[in-house]
Design a binder for this molecule. Structure first.
Ligand code: 8YV
Length: 322
């Protein structure tokens, strides 16, 4: 029997690519050679950063499944996939703790000025006087934009820091002990730290805009561990430059891997290169789950983790959930 042929998007890294190549005949999308195999390609392996458009799907008449190694799948045209009955899977659950740890780490790094303090010591500035004073995380007000599994993991950790926790989402989540506010602006007005942890995509594009940043105010800090698209980056830069907010800690950007020079120049901003799931254990679990989804698909078994829009019980597509 000839092997199953799979297209690997350029973002797929060795942790997934190597076992993928062991199990399937893999064609890499960052070479031109895959085009000859296009009529035979039955699956796409992608990551949370990949773009899989309706146009690409049109070039693949045998496509049956798109397996995303990432919890976020905003780069995949799921509506187009559903129309053709193409299954889309992702990797929820296995990265909750790690992303939540980073969210707390970014808040602490900003408040305690860890990167800035490190630069200060290395540059030999200490002898000339102290670093300007930092801020406090313990006891401060935390506003979570999004209260899915990762949002809840952040809240759980923040509670141990004695933070006062509130959130916004499309609707209140019954049974959670946190205060619900119906909009990001109302939440921001009552937050010291506003943390974005909502899916990307059309439903949340520019959700954190100039108005929300103004509501966060001159003592407030924005933390983004969601997607760059959730924040209006131009409005954020302006808010930081004018002192409309105090600072930001960002793991994701509108146009990765490009980070605007204005952000890179600011001392009150902590920047990390989309490392929310970037540790060996988590990425291994994500790769394993991606492979398990593909294996289940080709064996005709139920998919371990289809995206919500592709779950068998759903008849209509759903908007991304904050
Ligand atoms: C990774 C992510 O950058 O899970 C997501 O949605 O953005 C990240 O975990 C990536 O998808 C790893 O493959």
């Amino acid at each position: 029997m000839s092997p199953i042929e799979v297209l690997a998007m350029p973002e797929v890294r060795p942790l997934l690519l190597e076992p993928l190549c062991a199990a399937y005949a893999v064609h890499r999308a960052d070479t031109e050679a895959w085009r000859q195999a296009a009529p035979r390609l039955r699956a796409i392996a992608a990551t949370g950063e990949s773009r899989v458009s309706a146009e690409l799907m049109r070039q693949l008449p045998a496509l049956e499944a798109i397996a995303v190694m990432g919890v976020g799948y905003d780069g995949i045209d799921v509506a187009a996939a559903r129309e053709r009955g193409i299954a889309v899977t992702h990797t929820p659950g296995v990265l909750n703790d790690y992303v939540a740890d980073l969210a707390l780490g970014l808040m602490l790094a900003w408040a305690h000025q860890v990167p800035r303090a490190d630069r200060f010591v290395r540059a030999g500035h200490w002898a000339a006087g102290p670093l300007p004073l930092g801020r406090k995380v313990s006891g401060a007000r935390l506003g979570l934009v999004g209260m899915g599994q990762i949002g809840q993991a952040i809240a759980h950790r923040a509670a141990a820091f004695g933070m006062q926790i509130a959130y916004t989402a499309r609707s209140a989540r019954p049974g959670l002990p946190y205060r619900y506010l119906p909009s990001a602006a109302l939440l921001a007005a009552q937050s010291d730290y506003l943390v974005a942890i909502t899916p990307g995509g059309a439903g949340t594009r520019g959700l954190i805009d100039a108005q929300v940043l103004a509501a966060l105010g001159p003592q407030g800090c924005l933390v983004n561990v969601a997607r760059g698209s959730v924040v209006d980056e131009a409005a954020l830069i302006q808010a930081l430059q004018t002192g409309t907010i105090a600072g930001a800690a960002l793991d994701v950007f509108e146009n990765e891997p490009q980070v605007p020079a204005a952000l890179r120049a600011m001392d009150n901003v902590v920047l990390t290169p989309h490392i929310g799931s970037a540790c060996l254990e988590v990425r291994q679990a994500m790769a394993d789950l991606t492979l398990a989804n593909l294996a289940a698909h080709f064996a005709g078994r139920p998919l371990p983790t289809p995206v919500p829009e592709c779950r068998p019980s759903l008849s209509a597509p759903q908007e991304p959930r904050p």
